[in-house]
Design a protein around this ligand. Structure first.
Ligand code: JB3
Length: 218
């Protein structure tokens, strides 16, 4: 059975990357819903019809289409989460998209609406929750458990057996030591190295370097 046609939600930065991915996967994209584009009277966005705001989705039965969440998730912005939960409650499904350049190990399980961008590596037995973005070149090593609505930003590295609670944001280029556990809604800043567990609702940012020492000094 050929995959269902797709409607893209959002027409900003993240949506450009999702649209490229849909096209690489040769998905039939019916159009984009974005209140911002619609309010400006824009009818065509990157070759796609602007269908209107999100109510335009309701012209299609849930069984006839899939949605692609083109809104990104940054700390403090709940739009991506709200779109996913609202439309899922209405019976719509979100396409799970994996870029052909990504590498998935054996036993990897992906939730609904997961977006795995170019160059991502997910190693054996990792589990990725619903509505997760594994952004460009992110890496989840073996036995990772990634909760729902998590965004792992470009180039971030989770060593083996890392657990991220729902709604975590892992900044670009961050590194998590093996076995680390983050509670829900944790924010890790760009480039931060995480060596200890972080409790739910906390953030860890910054990277104070240690003072320079002579090489070979004890
Ligand atoms: O850093 C990276 C690699 N990506 C970032 C991504 C994770 O988050 C990116 O650089 C941006 O910082 C951000 O991308 P996003 O979410 O696409 O943000 P922006 O470029 O500002 O576009 C948001 C779009 O959502 C705009 O076109 C808005 O008009 C649209 N929008 C706002 N409210 C909405 C709604 N779209 C829909 N469908 N429904 C809404 O209610």
């Amino acid at each position: 059975m050929s995959p269902l046609p797709v409607i893209l939600l959002g027409g900003g930065g993240h949506a450009k990357v999702v649209l490229d991915l849909l096209r690489v996967l040769k998905r039939n994209v019916l159009g984009v819903c974005d209140p911002g584009l619609a309010d400006q009277g824009i009818q065509l966005w990157r070759g796609l019809s602007v269908l209107g705001d999100d109510h335009a989705v309701e012209r299609y039965a849930p069984a006839d289409i899939e949605l692609a969440n083109g809104t990104g998730s940054l700390p403090g912005n709940t739009l991506r989460y709200r779109l996913h939960t609202q439309f899922t409650r209405q019976g719509y499904r979100f396409a799970t998209l994996v870029h052909p350049s990504a590498i998935l190990g054996s036993g990897v399980k992906l939730g609904q609406g997961v977006q795995i961008m170019a160059g991502v590596i997910v190693q054996a037995d990792s589990r990725i929750g619903d509505n997760v973005i594994l952004n460009t070149r992110a890496c989840i090593d073996h036995d990772g458990v990634i909760g729902d609505h998590v965004h792992v930003a470009p180039g971030a590295v989770m060593s083996g057996d890392v657990t991220l609670g729902d709604g975590c944001h892992i900044g670009a280029g961050a590194n998590l030591l093996q076995g680390i556990r983050l509670g829900s809604e944790v924010v890790i800043g760009i480039g931060t190295t995480v060596l200890t567990n972080v409790a739910a609702g906390h953030q860890q940012t910054g990277q104070p370097p240690r003072a320079p020492r002579r090489i070979n000094e004890e």
